[in-house]
Design a protein around this ligand. Structure first.
Ligand code: IMP
Length: 181
C-alpha cells in the first residue's frame, strides 16, 4: 500500500485511481440520465474540485450540452474549518433560470454548500444540485447541504489527494490518502 508523510502526519492510500474512476463514472452516468433534456451549468468550487470536475465532465454522455464556471471560496485553515466562507473568486456567470450543479471535492460540515446554495438561489438559479467526490455524512451540520451525487462516502478522517489539499499541497496525488493517527 502506498503511503505519504507530510508535516508530521502519516497518510495511507485509501481510494486507488481505478476506484476513483469508477466512482466518477457512476456519478456522471446519473447526471447524464437526470439532465438529458437540460443544459446544466456546472459551478466548480475552486481550488479542490478542479480535478474531479475535469474528470466528471468528460465522463458525461456526449449528447449532454453543458457549461462550466468557477467560483473560489475558502473556509479552511490546515485541518480545521474557520466557520466563515470567504468568496475569493466570485460568481462570474449569470445563473438566472439555469439548472446549476455545484461540483465539490468533499462535503464536510456542509457550510460551504449551505452558503453557496443560498447564493445561487438569490441569483435566480432554477435548480441547484450538488455533485461531490466525497461526503462525510457523520459531520454534516446543514440539512440542505446533503449532496445529490456522491462518489464515495467517508467517515470523519482527513484525506488528501485528487484535488484535496493539506495547506495547499498534495492536490496532485492521483489517489486519495487517509490520515493515520
Ligand atoms: P465544509 O464547508 O465543512 O463542508 O467543508 C468543505 C471544504 O472543506 C472542502 O471543499 C475542502 O476544501 C475542505 N475539506 C473538508 N474536509 C477535508 C479533508 O478531509 N481534506 C481536505 N479538505 C477538506
Amino acid at each position: 500500500m502506498r503511503s505519504i508523510d507530510e508535516q508530521g502526519y502519516h497518510f495511507e492510500e485509501w481510494l486507488t485511481p481505478k476506484q476513483i474512476a469508477e466512482d466518477v463514472q457512476q456519478v456522471a452516468d446519473r447526471i447524464s440520465a437526470d439532465y438529458r433534456d437540460k443544459e446544466p451549468l456546472f459551478v466548480v468550487v475552486l481550488n479542490g474540485a478542479f480535478v474531479f470536475a475535469a474528470d466528471l465532465i468528460r465522463a458525461l454522455d456526449k449528447d449532454i450540452r453543458c457549461e462550466q464556471t468557477f467560483i473560489r471560496v475558502s473556509s479552511y485553515f490546515g485541518m480545521a474549518t474557520t466557520g466563515q466562507l470567504e468568496f475569493i473568486v466570485p460568481l462570474q456567470q449569470v445563473v438566472d433560470q439555469r439548472d446549476v450543479i455545484i461540483v465539490e471535492d468533499i462535503v464536510d460540515t456542509g457550510l460551504t454548500i449551505h452558503q453557496l446554495k443560498a447564493h445561487l438561489r438569490a441569483h435566480g438559479a432554477n435548480s441547484v444540485r450538488v455533485a461531490t467526490m466525497l461526503f462525510k455524512p457523520a459531520k454534516l451540520e446543514y440539512d440542505d447541504a446533503k449532496p445529490d451525487y456522491v462518489g464515495h462516502e467517508i467517515s470523519e478522517e482527513f484525506v488528501i489527494g485528487y484535488g484535496l489539499d493539506f495547506d495547499g499541497f498534495m492536490r496532485n496525488l492521483d489517489a486519495i490518502y487517509k490520515v493515520k493517527k
